[in-house]
Design a protein around this ligand. Structure first.
Ligand code: URA
Length: 236
């Protein structure tokens, strides 16, 4: 791919703007030698204003989504893209969130520009478990674990029952839920269906990948080990 197109696709500007960046000498190699639009050079050797070029297509990153942020490129209020470099929203293909966490939910959110990978992570067919830490407004009744595990729970206005979900009780008002689907407001609606109300919801893990010590509102690229971990199946 021509350098101008490559750099424009990474969100640095339109092709016209990137051409102007070449002309003004802002694009160099690692030794500070000015590059020209037709040069052939390894991706990791390119610098813009002395900074390494963003990674090429195929990125996968994790974000610790705070409460109050919406998973959207354009919506009212605060958006998850405000927590990432502005270029990520302008890349082609765009770095998109893998599934959604609702505005009032915090925790592990993955983003990628790889459509096949996005599908592999989010499609219910692949049954990748997602782990949620839940606090409830009312005490558990005692039958919730069996209802969620039954594979028969029907949510309002849905045509298919939910796939079995696993629940671990931590205390009367605190549980961990593991689901393999990503239906709209699924965990909140599951508890509404059994007469309870979710007060706080936090996703701590997807597959074998944990949020661990990533601070709220922080993000980072996943390395090869973490990508692999994502698809290892931990016990529920
Ligand atoms: N279930 C919900 O209710 N909300 C989320 O954001 C994720 C799962």
């Amino acid at each position: 791919m021509k350098l101008v197109k490559l750099i424009a696709n990474l969100g640095y500007g339109s092709r016209k703007e990137v051409t102007a960046m070449f002309r003004s000498g802002r694009i160099t190699d690692a030794n500070g030698e000015v590059l020209y639009a037709d040069d052939q050079i390894e991706h990791d050797q390119i610098r813009i204003d002395d900074e390494p070029l963003d990674p090429p297509a195929g990125v996968l990153l994790m974000l610790h989504k705070p409460v109050g942020y919406t998973c959207s490129t354009k919506d009212h209020g605060e958006l998850i893209y405000e927590l990432l470099p502005p270029r990520f929203r302008l890349r082609s293909p765009i770095v998109a969130n893998v599934g959604r966490l609702d505005r009032d939910t915090s925790g592990l959110l993955l983003l990628t520009d790889d459509g096949a990978l996005l599908h592999r992570i989010s499609s219910p067919r692949h049954k990748l478990p997602k782990f949620y830490e839940v606090t409830l407004a009312r005490d558990l009744k005692g039958n919730e674990e069996a209802i969620f595990a039954s594979g028969k729970l029907m949510l309002e206005s849905e045509k298919e029952p939910l796939a079995p979900a696993h629940m671990t009780v931590i205390s009367n008002r605190q549980v961990r839920i593991t689901v393999t689907e990503g239906r709209y407001h699924q965990v909140r609606r599951m508890f509404a269906a059994v007469g309870n109300h979710v007060e706080t919801l936090h996703r701590s893990q997807i597959g074998g990948l944990m949020l661990s010590d990533l601070m709220v509102a922080e993000w980072r690229m996943l390395n090869e080990t973490e990508r692999h971990l994502l698809f290892t199946q931990p016990p529920p």
